[in-house]
Design a binder for this molecule. Structure first.
Ligand code: NAD
Ligand code: MN
Length: 358
């Protein structure tokens, strides 16, 4: 029997509530299915680790993750530590250290969930956003000088490489090609940003020639927000820069009902390193420790984890379980207008895999 080594990094805030929930669902699935098992290893990295050691993870932490089959991540963000320290010290260290350059974010309106768009039918919103995850606005290039002086200066430089843009475009075109509509929208801002974004557009066009069966169009990012709200059915696969896709995918999640249901996969398509799966939401300081966190985004991330491991049947079983649970509105957490707790939703999902008692 195959045993998968999974690193669990709950991190901070509600990450500590939703990662154990995801772990429980994977465990229940493995127990019921009997064809594979999980060997979970937990890492207590994050804000608490920072308070004890002055850093978010150990200096050689990546080496501890290297041999894993996948990583299940919660969130990095602590009310008492600046956000740029928590983000760069943990999540970005892993994403960039393991060159997980494709961040894949599916969005759908799940059964039982009432999205905020009144004219949008569930079948009108079925998107997958591909986020460039290794460079661009998050390249970390920039600096500050004259700190505290009247002439203080600060820069954040967006860096795009031809290799980096080519590989994400190729990934996005291939993904679009694998979906029924074979439709890709390339998000840009090349009207205002006239260097890197113009190269981004040029490379999109070049790569498109490798995929003659994919229909593609180009949309400015600001117009894309309006299109998501006004004409959701015209979108299918979307590719955007690190920052643009970060913002568009929170909007996508909200249009599908809640930030709490949306999943993401940080993929190294070449499989040189483990890939990392996480809900798109953050630490949610306002609800942490209260049992109010919606674990669905984490469960859906576990579906993506299973797909990445090649366990397609298990992935489908988990997705079906999630959909049966969301269809039951008494199992909705507060963000969806219900009053179920994290634990109740988790138990309901896990119960789907257990043999019915005689
Ligand atoms: P957030 O996603 O934590 O919360 C935004 C809002 O959505 C809050 O009202 C929250 O209660 C709600 N929400 C989010 N997830 C939910 C869930 N599963 N169930 C129910 N409600 C949910 O975003 P924020 O407030 O901007 O950030 C809080 C902290 O998290 C910051 O430190 C930020 O840097 C960090 N953050 C980390 C990640 C990550 O590690 N991947 C992502 C985003 C934000
Ligand atoms: Mn985000």
């Amino acid at each position: 029997m195959k045993t998968y080594k999974i690193a669990c990094i709950p991190g901070d805030g509600i990450g500590k509530e939703v990662v154990p929930a995801g772990q429980a669902a994977l465990e229940a699935l493995a127990t019921a299915g009997g064809s594979f098992a999980f060997d979970f290893k937990n890492f207590g990295w994050g804000g608490d680790w920072y308070r004890a050691h002055g850093e978010m993870m150990p200096p050689h932490g990546l080496d501890e993750l290297r041999g894993m089959d996948a990583i299940l991540f919660g969130s990095a963000g602590d009310p008492h530590i600046p956000d740029h320290i928590t983000l760069w010290g943990l999540r970005l260290k892993i994403c960039q250290g393991f060159d997980q350059y494709a961040n894949v974010r599916p969005t759908r309106i799940l059964p039982g969930i009432d999205g905020p768009l009144k004219r949008c039918k569930p079948e009108d919103l079925n998107w997958i956003i591909v986020r460039e995850n290794s460079e661009g606005e998050y390249a970390g290039v920039g600096g500050r000088a004259h700190q505290g002086q009247p002439i203080e200066v600060a820069t954040d430089l967006s860096v795009m490489t031809r290799a980096g843009v080519e590989r994400i475009m190729r990934y996005a075109f291939k993904l679009a090609q694998s979906r029924p509509r074979k439709l890709l929208t390339v998000v840009t801002k090349s009207n205002a940003q006239r260097h890197a974004m113009v190269m981004w557009d040029e490379i999109a066009r070049e790569v498109s020639h490798e995929f003659p069966d994919v229909t593609w169009d180009k949309e400015l990012v600001d117009a894309c927000t309006a299109r998501m709200v006004m004409r959701p059915a015209t979108l299918d696969t979307v590719v955007a820069t690190n920052l643009h896709a970060d913002i568009l995918s929170d909007l996508a999640a909200a249009l599908a009902g809640s930030l709490g249901i949306a999943p993401t996969a940080n993929i190294d398509p070449e499989r040189r390193y483990p890939s990392m799966f996480e809900p798109i939401h953050g630490s949610a300081f306002d609800i942490m420790g209260q049992g109010l966190a919606n674990p669905v985004g984490t469960f859906w991330s576990c579906v993506m984890l299973l797909e990445h491991l090649g366990e397609q049947a298990a992935a489908r079983a988990l997705m079906a379980a999630i959909e049966r649970v969301t269809a039951n509105t008494t199992l909705h957490t507060r963000d969806l207008g219900g009053n179920a707790t994290t634990v109740q939703v988790t138990q309901a999902v896990c119960a789907q895999f257990l043999p019915v008692p005689a």
